[in-house]
Design a protein around this ligand. Structure first.
Ligand code: SF4
Length: 509
């Protein structure tokens, strides 16, 4: 029996591998990045860094509709980018198993918001599994492929940062190869024009009913009756924290968290004197239990933000408020010494430029000592916010900043939009030749694949010219004098300009 000590993200890779998965796609994003990196270690699997999450979702879904088991992995905000195909894929269903692994980030260790992906399962009418540990992540991913094929639906596996990044011993299994299903010529299922989609919506509702029946009987939802004075309804990592603190209590652990298993929930509620709901982030279970008319206790609203860590579990159960954070000296993260972004942002600050920022290491330039970035909302918004801000303040010195990987992800459409609509201003692509913030992944502008094999290199300069930029300059920001003069010139011109500030990340080996 082969054993391994794996993180939750690595466990997902092994679970999918053993289940015969053949295609996997993702765009890097903490805390999900290592899933694809681990999958890329298996030569049998076609793995790729896609240019963004929507593309990744569609390639993986296309493979599943084509007839091979496929997986799409992302962080929670990455799922937002893929929501367009996701919602309609609930209608089309699949031709071979399709699993969506999404990693939420309670506590926002490396994210711009704290959204709770469990709502997506309800909204999209897709089933959701919630592993509570790395070893369960491995098992759940494999089972998700079976559920996907049994019910003809994509299946969401929701992880959180703690499960993704903690490690556990687990037993490895053998890969089970799956035959490729033949191409399906069923346009009524896969061409979602209104006439066909109306009928598929009926199928989705019928499927939801079957999934509810499954939720009642599956061992993924597990009742354990011990001391009946208190029963916890919970899921994910809080289950283990509760078990540590209250080992003798009764539990309903929801591993298949949507659709809800109403009969099982009622049975459990009737079996215990006091029902307590403990869930991380939003009141997802709580809202449903209230709608069922059940009586229960739950956490104070102050615990709806941030992680539920072991040290607060007693306060959660006793209905206390979240303690105020300890007053320790803060040491905010900052750019590495010698990082090329220091040079770019020092120049922008010197010229007193209002900077529309984006997602990457360079977002740290919003913090002291640089303090030279003034907005940052989502991937690609450094380019589009530049256009919007200039509409409100056409005579101010405003500039949009975006990284090389982020520009390819979703900045390029903003540049096309600016050129098409006659907008002016400067976009600075801070090109460090890597996707640095997530640990150094390749992208089309580096010319290397996920397995570090040479591939076609995207020419950013030619791309920006063909998008319609009036000026495109490629310059090393560490050449401070020339860089300073160029920024001053471009920011005062009445033109649409792109400055590619090119200098590699200091951590590239
Ligand atoms: S990882 Fe690279 S790009 Fe990011 S802060 Fe460090 S040197 Fe700069």
């Amino acid at each position: 029996m082969e054993k391994a000590f794996l993180s939750g993200n690595e466990a997902v890779a092994f679970g999918a591998y053993e289940a015969g998965m053949q295609v996997a796609c993702a765009y890097p994003g903490t805390p999900s990045t290592e899933i694809l990196e681990a999958i890329a270690e298996f030569p049998e699997i076609d793995a790729q860094w896609s240019v963004n999450e929507k593309v990744a979702y569609e390639v993986a879904l296309g493979a599943a509709v084509g007839g091979v088991r496929s997986l799409y992995a992302c962080k929670h905000v990455g799922l937002n980018v893929a929501m367009d195909p996701l919602m309609t894929s609930s209608y089309t269903g699949i031709n071979a198993g399709f699993v969506i692994v999404v990693c939420d980030d309670p506590g926002m260790h490396s994210s711009q918001n704290e959204q709770d992906t469990r709502w997506v399962s309800l909204y999209s009418k897709m089933p959701m599994l919630e592993p509570s540990s790395p070893s369960e992540a491995k098992e759940h991913v494999a089972r998700a492929f079976d559920i996907s094929e049994e019910f003809d639906t994509p299946v969401i596996v929701r992880m959180t940062t703690r499960i993704s990044h903690t490690k556990e011993d687990m037993v490895l299994g053998k890969r089970v190869e799956k035959e490729t299903a033949p191409l399906s010529y069923d346009e009524k299922k896969y061409v979602m024009i209104p006439a066909f989609a109306r009928k598929r919506h009926v199928v989705v509702e019928e499927r939801l009913g079957k999934l509810k029946d499954f939720a009642e009987t599956t061992d993924l939802n597990e009742i354990t009756i011990n001391d009946k004075s208190v029963g916890f309804l919970t899921s994910s990592i809080p289950y283990h924290y509760l078990k540590e603190e209250y080992p003798d209590a009764s539990y309903l652990k929801l591993g298949f968290s949507y659709p809800f298993c109403d009969d099982k929930i009622r049975e459990f509620a009737d079996s215990v004197d006091k029902l307590v709901v403990v869930e991380e982030l939003d009141p997802f279970f709580e809202t449903h239990l209230a709608a069922m008319g059940l009586e229960f206790e739950t956490k104070d609203a102050t615990f709806q933000t941030g992680e539920l860590t072991p040290d607060v579990m007693k306060d959660v159960v006793e209905g206390k408020k979240r303690p105020a954070p300890a007053a320790v000296a803060k040491r905010p993260p900052r750019l590495c010494p010698g990082c090329p972004h220091w040079f770019s942002f020092a120049t922008l600050k010197k010229h007193n430029i209002y900077v529309a920022g984006d997602i990457g290491c360079y977002t740290l330039a919003s913090l002291p000592p640089t303090s030279a970035m003034h907005t940052c909302v989502c991937m690609g918004a450094g380019v589009t916010f530049n256009e919007g801000l200039r509409k409100a303040h056409p005579n101010e010195k405003i500039l949009g900043v975006v990284g090389d990987s982020t520009f390819v992800h979703s900045g390029v459409t903003g540049l096309i939009n600016a050129a098409y609509n006659g907008s002016k201003g400067v976009i600075m692509i801070v090109d460090n030749s890597i996707t640095a913030m997530t640990g150094g992944q390749q992208n089309p502008a580096t010319g290397l694949t996920i397995r570090n094999e040479r591939t076609k290199l995207l020419d950013l300069e030619a791309l920006c010219k063909s998008c319609g930029a009036d000026n495109v300059d490629v310059i090393d920001p560490t050449n401070r004098k020339e860089f300073d003069a160029l920024v001053e010139k471009r920011v005062t011109e009445d033109a649409l300009s792109v400055i590619i500030a090119k200098h590699p990340c200091k951590l590239i080996k």
